[in-house]
Design a protein around this ligand. Structure first.
Ligand code: ADQ
Length: 422
């Protein structure tokens, strides 16, 4: 935002809180209010209990409620109006994510002069799943209001193209969607990334490195530290990871002295029911493993249900011998890229689910897994632990070659250049 000198239109995160537009930290912020009821219906409801599970392979059953849809439409309308008011003549407006899929069309109706881009941070499902949505046509038409619709993976862009042809009277001509009245919409993948420099700098900081050494001691100086860092979300495959780790201990493939799992599970969407159930399930699994294999002062799984600042997070990345990223479905997964950015020492191994967007880019150096295949996951976690240093180095080099040259700045330049070129 700072580099492109725009206004940022968004919700503050608290109910009924909408201060007048203000500038801070070199950015112009334009708050849009949400009432407590809208947070329940629009945000926790339609966004996080309808769209989120539907777009993540229906791991949890999506709920379809007409009142939630009405609130989704009303809030999208409010965001479109706020953007229409603040955008200069012929400006570029860049809309982010699944909570705002109707905004492109609503905004175009208000301001046909604008150039409109959209980026979806999460997966876009295939026809078989998306077709469940009672408002599938409206969502597709909403997105088709943009000039450019960006996705994490090429497969998601193809899913969108097929759906736009099936349900929204668009026709694919030479890789461009052509609408009834002749307007063109481009759907393409732009895999997102991280601020690589920020992570690399922290990883070079002697205090962070010292903290990483202390963490290793605090967990009992085991031979292997496995690490998971996720929002506590049912898409992240935390249960599958725990099951695999527990079975490795049960079968004696590893001992609790040899290997510990540190699982950071950031609190998330705690008022949505599926997340409350997930928390109970994860904590039951952690409790079982620790009950069976922990000793006084030495749990087998270190489970941390809280947020951490960046230096602490990077010290965990540096302490970890194996980073375990096992989502059942994930748009990208930034933690995998953060791990690689931190490891200028060329040590450590990355176990990465093939269902994370990151697998498209990081398949050469990572250990790709299907997290549903628990035996395969166990074998892969063992192989990653026992990796010879020279192979670890080769793999980490491959990973870093890609991630270091594809940072968030490059993503922003590529997607905004493509948008401006239309
Ligand atoms: P998320 O589902 O939130 O993002 P992810 O890509 O892993 O998932 O990003 C999480 C971020 O939060 C990472 O930067 C991580 O370091 C940070 N984080 C996690 N736990 C933390 C903790 N305890 N304390 C502090 N920070 C923590 C969505 C999509 C992803 C997509 C991103 C970006 O679901 O697939 O990669 O958007 O497009």
């Amino acid at each position: 935002m700072r580099a492109y000198d725009g206004a940022w239109v968004g919700w503050t995160g608290s109910p009924d809180d909408a201060p007048p537009p203000f500038s801070t930290d070199d950015m112009d912020l334009v708050p849009v209010p949400l009432s407590a009821e809208e947070i329940a219906l629009y945000y926790e409801g339609f966004s996080n209990a309808t769209l989120w599970p539907l777009y993540h392979d229906v791991i949890v059953q999506p709920e379809y409620h007409r009142e939630w849809w009405d609130a989704y439409r009303a809030v999208n309308q409010r965001f479109a109006r706020a953007a229409a008011e603040v955008a200069a003549e012929n400006a570029v407006v860049f809309i982010q994510d699944y909570q705002l899929q109707l905004v492109p069309q609503l905004l175009r109706e208000l301001r046909p002069d604008l150039k409109i881009g959209f980026f979806l941070h999460i997966p876009f499902p295939p026809t078989e799943l998306f077709a469940q949505l009672p408002w599938r046509r409206q969502i597709l038409e909403g997105l088709l209001g943009a000039d450019l619709v960006g996705f994490q993976r090429a497969g998601a862009a193809s899913n969108f193209e097929a759906l736009a042809e099936n349900f929204a009277s668009a026709t694919l001509v030479d890789e461009t969607l052509v609408l009834d009245h002749g307007r063109e919409v481009l759907a393409r993948s732009f895999p997102i990334s991280i601020e690589v420099e920020e992570v690399a700098k922290l990883a070079d900081d002697p205090d962070v490195q010292q903290r990483a050494a202390t963490v290793r001691e605090e967990v009992g100086s085991p031979k292997y530290i496995l690490l998971g860092v996720d929002r506590l979300d049912y898409t992240k495959g935390i249960g599958h990871r725990l099951k695999a780790f527990g079975e490795l201990l049960a079968q004696g493939d590893i001992t609790p002295e040899e290997a510990v799992l540190v699982q950071v599970a950031t609190p998330s969407r705690e008022r949505v029911e599926a997340y409350q159930t997930l928390r109970d399930d994860v904590e039951l699994a952690v409790g079982r493993i620790n009950g069976d294999y922990g000793r006084i002062g030495h749990p087998a799984v270190h489970y941390l249900h809280s947020s951490y600042d960046r230096p602490e997070l990077v010290s965990l990345l540096l302490a970890a011998d194996v980073m375990v990223v096992t989502p059942l479905r994930d748009g990208m997964n930034l933690v995998a890229k953060e791990y690689v950015s931190a490891r200028s020492d060329l040590r450590g191994a990355l176990v990465l689910s093939e269902f994370a967007g990151a697998a498209d880019e990081m398949g050469d150096g990572a250990f790709l897994v299907n997290p549903h295949d628990i035996d395969g996951l166990k074998r892969t976690m063992l192989a990653a632990m026992r990796l010879a240093p020279d192979e670890a180095e080769q793999r980490m080099k491959l990973l870093r070659d890609h991630v270091l040259s594809h940072d968030i700045g490059r993503w922003a330049t590529e997607i905004l250049t493509a948008l401006r070129a239309i």
